[in-house]
Design a protein around this ligand. Sequence first.
Ligand code: ADP
Ligand code: MG
Length: 623
Amino acid sequence: MPSIIQLLPDHVANQIAAGEVVQRPASVVKELLENAVDAGATDIKLIVKDAGKTLVQVIDNGQGMNVTDARMCFERHATSKIRQAEDLFALSTKGFRGEALASIAAIAHVELKTKQDADELGHHIVIEGSRYVSQEVAVLPTGTSFAIKNLFFNIPARRNFLKSEIVEQRHIIDEFQRVALAHPQIHFSMYHNGSDVYNLPISNIRQRIVNIFAGKTNEKLVPVEEETEIVKISGFASKPEFAKKNRSEQFFFVNDRFIRSGYLHHAIMSAYDGLLKDGSQPSYFLYLTVPPSSIDINIHPTKTEIKFDDEKALYAILRAAVKHSLGQFNVAPVLDFDRDPSLDTPYDYRNASAATPTVEFNGDYNPFADTRPNTPSRESSSFSVNHSTGRHFPKATGNWDSLYIGLENEKDSIPTTGFEFEADVITSSLFDDVHEKTVTKTYQLNRKYIVSPIKNGMVIVHQHRAHQRILYENFLKSITIKKGLSQQLLFPLHLYFGAEELQAIDEMKDSLTNVGFVFDLNEAESVIVSGVPVNVSESEVSLVLEQLLSDLHSDIPLTSFSQSDQIAKSMAQSLAVKTGVTLNEQDQENIVNGLFACKEQNVCPFQKTTFTTIRVEDIDKKF
Ligand code: ADP
Ligand code: MG
């Protein structure tokens, strides 16, 4: 029998290796930027088209390559950065595997232009899918330019797998920020589809952070400094009251390399113990310098996770250093604490009452037209079907009113069109268009549940989830039918965001306008909000937007529906009345009634149960 094992041809091996190194355009950005840094550049330009799908180009003024190196750099395991395995333990460069360019060249069209200072002329090489297309001598400035076009042109499955432009662009910006933050001594600039995204002059670390994240970053930060035998720490952490809703401003750098570490993150969070509101996240930019031999960066192909020799000690030192800085800051004058007190109440009733509710009701609607006998068994079964499937049952609303003891007693005396009196009940701060029957007896339990008697038992409504459901349906409706009510602000709000966040807001502009936001994006990285949806108070605006950005950061809208859905979900989550908030009777009633006027009543937008019922028989059994 003939032998069947064969060596894979190089271009195939490279394509396979590429899968590890290049997941998306942002991976190319990272590799090229790191190579430029390693080449000693002081000026690095990143040019991107169509979120990297069409072009990723990095131009540097570093040392360039001679003609042999310019050819060699595309070979696998071709690197100038290590010579032997031991060098791995004394690594001061970002690269070392010699794999990136070979991988990229295997799955894209690559154009390299490079010239060394001492040379008169440079070299221009074109490679497509590992195949050399041309090589010429050319007049070029000193340095290197890599242009990567049509990424994944020969792996359609991968190309199709790429996410929307917003998402890919966000990944690119993340990579750019990480490299730029690690090297403030290098001038970085970035352009996307012909317009400037960043221009970051050579500066110190603090200035670099401020240039990237803009706005109030400077006043947010306190310095963190510590030097011990095993680690030198420098950088900044944010004052607790500037904590964000998301983790987008948390950075560790070890020997100028961005890394992720859940363990070290935990150390920081424990330094903030007791200083942060639930779920809020401090910003931090911490630069650790350790002896290269005390870490192993070789454990992860994309090199963002590393192993430390003495993790426990590092944890303790880091925690103490941050704690110390925050402590120092706490004795500083209280003037810095100037904050809007209404932010402390997640749902601001005082402001919310300024809303102008509209009441819609169907005058012809007769809840008792459905004259099926209301036997207890029938009610409970219709209810439990509705409840257990978690699906949308339009009929449930019709049955719902018949569950009320009060309504049933008045059955004969209520005229068909006699629901006007309920309009008064509905004119409330929480809901705009409740038009079904209302409950009138409610009781709040544990500042978490609203209990209300129904015929043959009681209903227990989860206040937070029920309100989420109500708001979610309202917002979704506003976005899709494009008529969210807006209230104009007397003084427009200026909110500051980083470039990445501004871009995301810009992408959502239509949907946000539909829900009732009126705003303009300003060149200087601020959003000027002049109108807000009627059920959002001024003090909640930045909270809502921050939450939205962080939700979008972690998840990905692929279609306009999923974008609308996500915006509605996120806003409902930020604005829904929280557990722990005392509700007056009116608000309790509105939540219960609002919930049962929803299309889907059984679950909140995050698929958690909104209410349950207890039948009198169940109670009887307890006696
Ligand atoms: P690694 O960075 O791990 O060495 P790469 O495939 O990224 O592997 O690069 C291969 C080699 O090409 C590098 O070691 C370096 O010598 C050379 N090189 C890559 N990019 C540049 C650049 N921008 N300027 C000068 N030399 C470069
Ligand atoms: Mg490299």
